[in-house]
Design a protein around this ligand. Structure first.
Ligand SMILES: C[S@@+](CC[C@H](N)C(=O)[O-])C[C@H]1O[C@@H](n2cnc3c(N)ncnc32)[C@H](O)[C@@H]1O
Length: 251
């Protein structure tokens, strides 16, 4: 398994204390928008890439999904997911997203929340997802927004008193690896342009269904730093659909 910052005990302890790690989907600033992009999950076979604590897997199970598989590379994240899960409907698998290799048409919905910017090749992810998604199936995901990932250090520019001046965007068209600092730890992420996200999906045979740059809802504004999230996009949400007629369609 490649080394993953989420298995670093210091980082994990900080991640676990974040409001969205404690409060789950209701405490996540983009959930109100992501939920609206998901299809009806009743009786669906759902794959969650980079499932973390399994919030989206449990949501899928609650919505009546027939089978849910959560894939994550981190042992610690999966241990927490398993501890939080009571239904036997969900299977958690420790595996890098880069290595998923499910049979053709094995899932009706593939979702991923804030994990794909950790993967070097989005093209390869799209190929693997397209293969395991039944015809007419949905690929719904969130990633850190290209405006957020472009420069790499992921810090506001501030004045001498520490007040926010602006969010710096640079090297936008220079795609690839970035060394970011998240919760005090250095980690590797990948920057891609908006064009690359959309065009790669289209080239892999998906149609674009929805694209959303969500703003956090008013009721989360008391979370530290949340109001600043109204100043620039943090996330990009995309709902794409595999052409019907591909793979073994779900009856
Ligand atoms: C920001 S967390 C999001 C977790 C969850 N999807 C959520 O929204 O609550 C990112 C997750 O992606 C996982 N991850 C990062 N790179 C990965 C990779 N290459 N393969 C599988 N999982 C990965 C991390 O271990 C972590 O659990």
């Amino acid at each position: 398994m490649p080394e993953n910052p989420y298995d670093n005990p210091r980082f994990f302890a900080r991640y676990r204390a974040m409001p969205r790690s404690v409060g789950g989907l209701q405490a996540a600033g983009e959930w109100h928008a992501l939920r609206r992009l998901l299809p009806d999950l009743r009786d669906k076979r759902v794959l969650d890439l980079g499932c973390g604590f399994g919030w989206h897997c449990r949501y899928a199970a609650e919505q009546g999904a027939r089978r849910v598989v959560g894939v994550d590379v981190s042992e610690r994240m999966l241990a927490e997911a398993r501890a939080k899960t009571t239904t036997p409907l969900i299977e958690y698998v420790q595996r890098p997203i880069e290595e998923i290799d499910y049979p053709e048409g094995a899932f009706d919905v593939v979702l991923s929340s804030l994990a794909l910017h950790y993967v070097a090749s989005f093209e390869d992810v799209c190929r693997r997802v397209a293969r395991c998604l039944a015809g007419g199936g949905d690929f719904v995901f969130s990633v850190e927004h290209p405006v957020f990932t472009a420069r790499g250090d992921q810090e506001w520019h501030r004045d001498a008193e520490g007040n926010i001046l602006h969010w710096p965007v640079d090297r936008y068209f220079q795609e690839g690896l970035r060394e970011a600092v998240f919760l005090g730890e250095r980690m590797t992420k990948y920057h891609r342009t908006l064009t690359t996200y959309v065009d790669t999906l289209l080239a892999a045979g998906f149609s674009l269904h929805r694209l959303v740059e969500p703003q956090p809802p008013e009721h989360l504004m008391d979370q530290p730093g949340m109001r600043d999230e109204l100043r620039r996009p943090l996330m990009l949400l995309i709902a794409a659909r595999r052409a019907a007629g591909h793979g073994a369609a779900h009856p």
